[in-house]
Design a protein around this ligand. Structure first.
Ligand code: ATP
Ligand code: MG
Length: 392
């Protein structure tokens, strides 16, 4: 049973002062995520690595799975720790490791070595050669193959000695929270949860806004969005989900504006409202799951009309993605099955049969003037009556 993990992270762009900040953020996230298991993991950094010491009785599979959700981790290895760097102890450690951590002792291998302290009395190639020899002496079924080994055995000599064979690919990206916060417009579809996942991968934490239209959209449709927020929160960390009642605004637009412009005008009000909530929540950008040309409201012209109401930057991580590629990510992160549950969406209820695909901004603005009498008050009411659900 492994008692520790060694985590590697991408060092590109992390020189100087940033590095400390980034590492601190990563260590916090690792600690918070692992400690959800209800036992205390000791997480610390040392020489460009993050180490996790595991408490007795921890669940190995849960820990491996949890580490796979933490952005900023390039890869991780369960490690055998020798509490010493004395050469005799290092050699004994390597033998004990092979004895205890491999079921069968007939395989080809290659040694890799790293030293934290360049003044250590052996160089890395010397460590490799000597440890290789010790292992060959102790295990007759082992053979060295430097070109195509079945197993790699890595020895990192730092304040202690760390030995490992399995290296698990991490999710990459940057630690969530190290790059500020954004507001995700989260619907019950396939795309927006994936967009949230992707923006978080770049170290951005998220809050989310969902527009629902009771009684046209049901409690179950809302629950589906809460469930989706919960699924992506495994990666993004806790999410404050703002649920905005959009029914009156939608009805008012429906009754007042040309039907073929409905979706675009509705979208513009969603953006305006989401931006207001975003400002209050200290978000620096909006995020949507839009992708060019996917539907009428996502043509370049429609996107321009939607974008025109925002002062904040709007990030659209999926803008150039095909649906198939988006689906593949949603399957990977576990949101797909929930996204395809057949509940009504507020946008589909009032859609026109023939929505404009090339709306003109001036025409849309003209139509919106028809809403002048009541819309500001309605927007304010929608903001004031929103429900905030803390999802984690
Ligand atoms: P999704 O799968 O994310 O719902 P979609 O392909 O259904 O996307 P649209 O319905 O046109 O596309 O929505 C485009 C984007 O607008 C969504 O990705 C989401 O960011 C935002 N959006 C749409 N409907 C809502 C809603 N009811 N609440 C919050 N955001 C929404
Ligand atoms: Mg949708």
């Amino acid at each position: 049973m492994y008692k520790a993990f060694l985590l590697k992270y991408n060092e590109i762009g992390l020189k100087g002062k940033n590095r400390n900040y980034f590492e601190g953020c990563l260590v916090n996230n690792v600690r918070n995520t692992l400690n959800k298991q209800g036992v205390d993991f000791h997480v610390y950094r040392e020489q460009g690595r993050v180490f996790v010491e595991c408490p007795d009785g921890y669940d190995y599979d849960d820990a491996v799975e949890a580490l796979g959700t933490i952005f900023g981790i390039q890869g991780y290895a369960p490690v055998y720790v020798v509490d010493s760097t004395e050469w005799e102890d290092v050699k004994k450690g390597a033998v004990d490791f092979v004895k205890d951590y491999f079921d069968d002792h007939n395989f080809t291998f290659k040694c890799f070595a790293k030293r934290g302290d360049k003044s250590y009395f052996k160089t890395s190639p010397e460590i490799c050669a000597d440890i290789g020899e010790v292992l060959l002496d102790d295990f007759p079924g082992l053979r060295v193959d430097v070109h195509n080994p079945e197993k790699s055995i890595t020895i990192e000599v730092r304040n202690k000695t760390y030995i490992f064979t399995d290296y698990i690919k991490g999710p990459g990206g940057m630690p969530v929270g190290c790059n500020g916060k954004a507001m995700l417009l989260l619907s019950g579809g396939i795309d927006s949860p994936v967009a949230g996942y992707m923006i978080s991968k770049r170290g951005v934490s998220i809050d989310a806004t969902y527009f629902h239209a009771p009684p046209y959209t049901s409690e179950r449709a809302k629950q589906k969005v809460v469930d989706l927020a919960k699924i992506i929160s495994r990666y993004t960390g806790a999410i404050n989900l703002h649920v905005v009642n959009f029914t009156d605004i939608q009805m008012y637009i429906y009754q007042t504006c040309p039907h073929e412009e409905l979706t675009v005008i509705m979208r513009r009000y969603m953006m305006r409202i989401a931006e207001k909530i975003a400002e209050k929540a200290n978000c620096l950008a909006l995020v949507t799951g839009e992708s060019i040309g996917q539907v009428a409201s996502q043509t370049m012209q429609s996107l321009n009309c939607t974008n025109a109401v925002c002062k904040m930057p709007v990030f659209r991580p999926l803008i150039a993605f095909d649906k198939d590629d988006i689906i593949a990510i949603s399957e990977k992160i576990g949101s797909y099955e929930t996204s395809v549950l057949p509940f009504e969406d507020c946008c589909t209820i009032f859609v026109a049969k023939h929505p404009v695909t090339k709306p003109e901004l001036s025409q849309i603005e003209k139509s919106e003037k028809l809403l002048a009498e009541k819309i500001d008050e309605m927007v304010q009411t929608a903001l004031d009556t929103r429900e905030v659900i803390h999802v984690k």
